[in-house]
Ligand binder design. Structure first.
Ligand code: SF4
Length: 266
């Protein structure tokens, strides 16, 4: 897949609302305070307003990572109206469900947004041969690092801000997510337009706007990642991420982990 054509002719330059650090970013206390101010102001904004703000401010330096979850699909439907030229990528680990890969094409047909499928250097057979078997069974943290984190680092190269679909009520790990914050791990501004939305808000939008979604959600999978590390949940399991890395203490792949002492960032 190729990156969408440069938006240079159609996208206005970012508004100089704050002094923009030049890369590499320097997360000074003043810069973090300004991000926190924007975040506080956007607490009452709609997701569309937050996306429009991010687009106006960061233009071609804005990107989005999606695993085609319900939240990602909703943001893609909004981006199609606001800034369809935004570079969006998926961490195509080689272990995704076929239904997830199919959804990528459905989204492209419906919204004209071609999500770039970033793939690790080694194929799954090569990777498993190197580690004498599937690493997700013995060291999922390393597997996520090699097949997700490294791809995210690749996807955000040259960008100043990235958007994700995380919601505060998804898990205790995500409860402190800012609308706009500093992502210390990836040295980027992180924007979460749906941080304030509930699961019900997301599904109401999916139904009312006929947003495509992964059919596995209708088969008991509230949260979908790689197939080896995802299972369906039972009616009594209220944590919607309980089907991820089931039976282990792992709850996040490391993309959205809260960073300590970095202002409002996650
Ligand atoms: S979710 Fe599982 S299979 Fe996917 S990268 Fe992480 S450990 Fe590997």
């Amino acid at each position: 897949m190729t990156q969408p054509a440069s938006p240079a002719t159609t996208v206005p330059a970012p508004r100089p609302e704050v002094a923009e650090p030049t890369a590499p970013w320097e997360a000074t206390p003043e810069f973090l305070a300004e991000l926190a101010e924007h975040s506080a102001r956007l607490e009452t904004a709609t997701p569309e307003e937050i996306i429009a703000w991010a687009h106006q401010r960061y233009a071609s330096h804005l990107t989005m990572a999606t695993a085609f979850g319900p939240e990602g699909c909703v943001i893609l439907s909004m981006l199609a109206e606001i800034a369809p030229e935004t570079y969006v990528f998926n961490l195509d680990t080689g272990y995704q469900f076929q239904q997830t890969l199919d959804l990528r094409d459905t989204i492209a047909r419906k919204y004209g947004i071609e999500v770039d499928m970033l793939q690790p250097e080694l194929t799954v057979p090569e990777y498993e041969a190197l580690h004498n078997g599937p690493l997700y069974k013995t060291n999922p943290t390393q597997c996520c690092f090699d097949r997700k984190i490294k791809l995210l680092q690749q996807g955000v190269r040259g960008k100043h801000a990235w958007m994700s679909g995380i919601r505060r009520d998804q898990s205790s790990d995500r409860a402190a997510a800012a609308i706009v914050g500093w992502d210390k791990k990836f040295q980027l501004v992180k924007i979460s337009p749906l941080a304030n939305w509930t699961k019900q808000d997301v599904w109401k939008r999916i139904i009312s706007a006929d947003v495509p979604y992964n059919p596995l959600h209708d088969q008991g999978y509230p949260s979908i990642g790689c197939w080896p590390c995802t299972r369906s949940v039972t009616a009594g399991e209220t944590d919607e991420r309980s089907g991820r890395w089931s039976g282990t203490a792992k709850t996040e792949c490391g993309l959205h982990t809260i960073q300590e002492h970095d202002g409002s960032g996650i």
